[in-house]
Design a protein around this ligand. Structure first.
Ligand SMILES: NC(=O)c1ccc[n+]([C@@H]2O[C@H](COP(=O)([O-])OP(=O)(O)OC[C@H]3O[C@@H](n4cnc5c(N)ncnc54)[C@H](OP(=O)(O)O)[C@@H]3O)[C@@H](O)[C@H]2O)c1
Ligand SMILES: N[C@@H](CCO)C(=O)O
Length: 447
């Protein structure tokens, strides 16, 4: 934009008018005067690309004349393109086309960023424009900019986050109301939290994409969704929930991004980063344990800053639109004032370590024969795999059916050990004659 252009409106093209897009369109219009004052010139919505023209858009308050199915044509007429279609294609091609035409892009699309981030950053760099995506992780919570900019002078060690609202909602309902899994997912869908295909939420794909974005920013390295170890919540049972409660814990789906330094004292061979998404028990005393419903929270540990906690709404139309519009104002200001925001920082180039090397703690509940030598047999398997036990608790099983067979419940919590050693221990325990069933296995975080 040259000087003569400084006071002409910034042309904004909106790609998508669903849960997020309709909030963006409505808020852009409701707060038009404020945006003009903040940017220094008005934001003009020049078009809204959708798939189905006939759909009712009255809630978004969009002038029907602005609606189009020609997204490709629309991006060539904009200074700022807001992509809230989702998925890889056509979102990727539309963003690349926007860059080719000199437009900056704001997107909420974590799936795309986690798969094709380097390509998109490189294209934005080549075109000399901005690519902003604050809404791609943890919705309304200002998180990426603090990681990228405010913590640029620090050394981030660990990021522990609840970054998927749908699964947090489901687990919270399972804990507090005993609501079934399917019922809770449907409620999350009705509230606009779930992805178009909720498998992305419950199987952990959405959280894994967000973990990849967080790890890339926190550790100045390239991490894609494929590098992230991923387990969803479909295997979390009522027994796991009850076991967590008995331990004074809650079950959360966590995204964990951790800097790992080689350390002979702990048997850690390699320096790198561990990035994983899985359900874990966390103690009620941990700040993340109190994160209820569809809220998100991200706990950051940095060398100098210490512990930081970011909390807020991670999903839903208006909260996500807040982050999108914050980015729109930022990139529009750059266009008025000149300059660009920071691009990709990957100088550290740390490798992502396999899950087997991640040091984790396990909670293991066993249904065992209540007879001499059981504890010794169980302890031997832990020792054989070099896993140190932190606590053991044995209780007689209360139900009549098992009392007749003289059975007991043995609950073991371990110290941190390589995940591969813990998994091998569980496999060996399942094969012991004295173990009737491994009733519950879950990783423990947050102590
Ligand atoms: N929902 C949330 O809480 C949330 C939070 C953070 C980030 N996000 C991210 O934001 C993005 C959008 O999510 P959403 O929940 O708003 O999705 P959505 O409700 O499914 O809306 C998608 C929109 O894109 C339009 N669209 C789909 N394919 C298109 C195409 N080929 N050309 C033009 N338009 C097309 C759809 O048109 P029709 O209306 O005609 O179908 C719809 O308006 C996703 O990347 C998601 O991961 C969502
Ligand atoms: N489906 C996502 C939307 C926000 O990215 C969630 O439930 O958190």
């Amino acid at each position: 934009m040259d000087d003569s252009d400084k006071h002409r409106p910034i042309r904004v093209a909106l790609l998508g008018c669903g849960v997020v897009g309709s909030s963006v369109a409505r808020l852009m219009q409701e707060q038009a005067d404020d945006f003009a004052a903040r940017v220094g010139t008005p934001l003009e919505l020049v078009g809204v690309a959708v798939r189905r023209l006939g759909r009712d858009r009255s809630e978004a308050g969009v002038d029907p004349a602005l609606l189009t199915t020609d997204a490709e044509g629309l991006v060539t007429r904009a200074d700022v393109v807001v992509e809230v279609i989702g998925g890889i294609e056509p979102a990727r091609s539309l963003i690349l086309r926007a860059f080719e035409h000199g437009a900056s892009v704001v997107t909420a699309n974590k799936a795309l960023l986690a798969e094709r981030g380097p390509e998109l950053y490189a294209a934005a760099e080549a075109a000399g424009v901005d690519l902003y995506h604050e809404a791609s992780v943890a919705g309304a919570i200002p998180l990426l900019r603090p990681l990228r900019e405010s913590l640029a002078g620090d050394d981030v060690r660990k990021v522990l986050g609840i970054v998927n609202g749908t699964t947090n909602y489901v687990l919270d309902k399972m804990h507090t109301t005993g609501q079934g899994f399917g019922e809770a997912v449907e409620a999350a869908q009705a509230l606009g939290y779930a992805e178009a295909d909720p498998t992305a939420d419950v199987e952990g794909f959405d959280a894994a994409a967000k973990a990849a974005i967080l790890a890339s920013l926190a550790f100045h390295s390239r991490v894609s969704a494929r590098d992230v170890h991923r387990e969803g919540i479909t295997e979390v049972s009522a027994a796991d929930i009850a076991a967590a409660e008995a331990m004074g814990c809650v079950v959360k789906l966590l995204a964990i991004c951790e800097r790992v330094d080689a350390d002979p004292a702990t048997g850690t061979d390699r320096t790198g980063i561990s990035v994983r998404v899985h359900p874990a028990m966390i103690p009620l005393s941990h700040p993340l344990a109190g994160v209820r419903e569809a809220f998100n929270a991200v706990f950051v540990e940095a060398r100098s800053a210490g512990e930081l906690m970011f909390y807020g709404r991670g999903a839903g139309g208006d909260p996500t639109a807040s982050a999108v519009l914050g980015d729109v104002v930022a990139v529009a200001r750059h266009r008025v004032g000149g300059g660009r925001g920071p691009g990709e920082s990957t100088y550290a180039d740390l490798p992502t370590l396999p899950m087997g090397e991640a040091r984790t703690r396990y909670f293991i509940s066993l249904d065992v024969a209540d007879e001499p030598g059981v504890l010794a047999a169980v302890a031997t398997e832990f020792a054989r795999n070099q896993v140190s036990i932190e606590t053991v608790r044995q209780t007689a099983r209360a139900d009549d059916e098992h009392r007749a067979e003289e059975r007991a419940e043995l609950v073991v919590v371990t110290h941190a050990a390589p995940d591969a050693a813990l998994a091998a221990t569980v496999e060996a325990l399942a094969g012991l004659a004295q173990v009737r069933e491994v009733s519950s296995v879950m990783r423990v975080e947050g102590e």
